[in-house]
Design a binder for this molecule. Structure first.
Ligand code: SDX
Length: 436
């Protein structure tokens, strides 16, 4: 079936000099078709060249679809707006892992399985105590997730489907516990064990914010908000961190090590670190009056400053998640009685000005998911250093789902890109005595 708005041709012809080659055109169910170049090097002795992978499909996937021009995001075909509004995060986890929405019985069973894997090995708490208290929580999370490989040997045999599913459920279940432990360790408070009678988001809020000296009461509006924020961040096609997990997994590395690699990649300010950087930027702008000064800097090619939380490699329209995040932001501030958050005022005004400015309009730069998330997470009580940890918590299901899909792909091989070499030609070694 031809992809919508695609071509009906079955091959693309590449001509170099007086030679030409026919390359197969493959169709997806929706979205751009692809030209299969798998045999190009063997046929032509040439590589393709696409350093940022702006025009390269690295794999076939059935999990998430993004239409960047239309601002569409589908998880297994379901619109993010509907899942965020009507479902909960563990339902989205089930959908991403199994491919279908769960029946009531399947959902109850999945919730039960995840809930009963939320504790971590008691030795893990000693592992944390090797860090300085002021270590960035992301540094602690990368290390502790990687360390899971040292504790759960019974779910690292990636050839065993049952072990793959146990590792997936364990990762989804334990990541909130490890994230909360990273936070508690950072602020010098005792770790809080998960409670099996709480839902996923409520359990996480309690592990972060309860203290031994008093009862902690979960605010249902806030736990619903954080649950929705997890759903928004759950998966996003072949972004940088997911591609990192896939590449690490293609060598046969165990799933915990692969997820740790994804967390490390997400940390960068151009990716998941943008929520932390966006809030810092709003603080640096400081007032609505200074917005023009920063807009000017963002447009200045000699200034490395960029509007954090703005722009996207794929979305050339409004990030659908940003709209839901903005709505959630107002809900949380309203529930907490925060009438006028100066950073929110700056964010709303910055968005208004930028969306009218030719530079941003021409480049189709819109707010992305990170633009409003920082204000929301800060209002929920999280320090800025925890923002990317929360992104990693939510994205773990996407990473593990994409890892599973890759491992179960019969055509899967180790990922090994090539290069355009522009270094020195062959030359002979010169003994040091003869070097000038
Ligand atoms: C996430 O890939 C995913 O799906 C990621 C993610 C996910 O869910 O996994 O959606 C999560 O990472 C969201 C993005 C968070 N990052 C930021 O908010 C950081 C700020 N944004 C930029 O750094 C940038 O927009 C990127 C990194 C997001 C995208 O970079 P691209 O696609 O490589 O775009 P580019 O750098 O080639 O920019 C194109 C033009 C350039 O100007 P010209 O050279 O054409 O004149 O737009 C300009 C850029 O200078 N530009 C910006 C800008 N983003 C792009 N100018 C000012 N401020 C910005 N934020």
């Amino acid at each position: 079936m031809d992809a919508i708005n695609g071509t009906s041709a079955k091959t693309a012809t590449l001509s170099i000099g007086d030679k030409s080659w026919d390359l197969p055109i493959l169709n997806g169910t929706i979205g751009p078709q692809v030209v299969d170049i798998g045999k190009l090097y063997g046929q032509t002795g040439m590589f393709t060249y696409d350093p940022g992978f702006t025009s390269t499909a690295s794999c076939e996937s059935q999990i998430t679809y993004i239409d960047g021009d239309e601002g569409v995001l589908l998880y297994r075909g379901y619109p993010i707006e509907q899942l965020a509004e009507d479902g909960d995060f563990l339902e989205t986890c089930y959908l991403l892992l199994y491919g279908e929405l769960p029946t009531a019985a399947q959902k109850a069973d999945f919730d039960y399985r995840v809930t009963r894997h939320t504790m971590v090995h008691e030795q893990m708490s000693r592992f944390f105590h090797g860090f300085r208290r002021d270590a960035h929580p992301m540094a602690v999370l990368v290390a502790s997730v990687g360390a899971l490989s040292a504790f759960y040997h019974d779910s690292t045999d990636i050839a065993d489907p049952q072990q793959r599913m146990i590792a997936s459920v364990r990762m989804i279940a334990k990541i909130p516990t490890l994230a909360a432990m990273a936070y508690k360790y950072h602020i010098g408070q005792p770790f809080v064990y998960p409670k099996n009678d709480l839902d996923y988001a409520s359990n996480f809020l309690r592990m972060c914010f309860s203290v031994p000296c008093e009862e902690y009461k979960v605010n249902p509006v806030l736990s619903r908000a954080i649950d929705r924020i997890f759903t928004l961040h759950a998966d996003h096609e072949q972004n940088a961190s997911t591609s990192t997990v896939r590449l690490a997994g293609s060598s046969g590395a165990n799933p915990f090590a692969c997820i740790a690699a994804g967390i490390a990649c997400l940390w960068g300010p151009a990716h998941g670190g943008a929520n932390e950087a966006a809030l810092k930027m709003l603080g640096e702008i400081g007032s609505v009056e200074r917005i023009p000064e920063f807009i000017k800097r963002a447009k200045d090619k000699n200034d490395p400053f960029r509007l954090m939380g703005f722009g996207h490699r794929v979305y050339k329209n409004y990030d659908p998640r940003a709209k839901i995040m903005q709505k959630t932001c107002h809900e949380v501030l309203g529930e907490l009685g925060i009438k006028d958050d100066p950073l929110l005022d700056i964010a709303v005004e910055l968005e208004r000005i930028a969306l009218q400015d030719e530079y941003f309009v021409e480049r189709k730069l819109y707010p992305n998911i990170d633009f409003y998330s920082g204000i929301t997470l800060r209002a929920l009580g999280f320090p800025t250093s925890m923002f990317t940890v929360l992104f990693a918590l939510a994205r773990t299901v996407g990473w593990i789902g994409q890892w599973k899909e890759m491992i179960e792909d019969p055509g899967q091989r180790i990922g090994r890109p090539r290069q355009l070499y522009t270094g020195a030609q062959r030359r002979d070694y010169v003994p040091i005595a003869r070097r000038k």
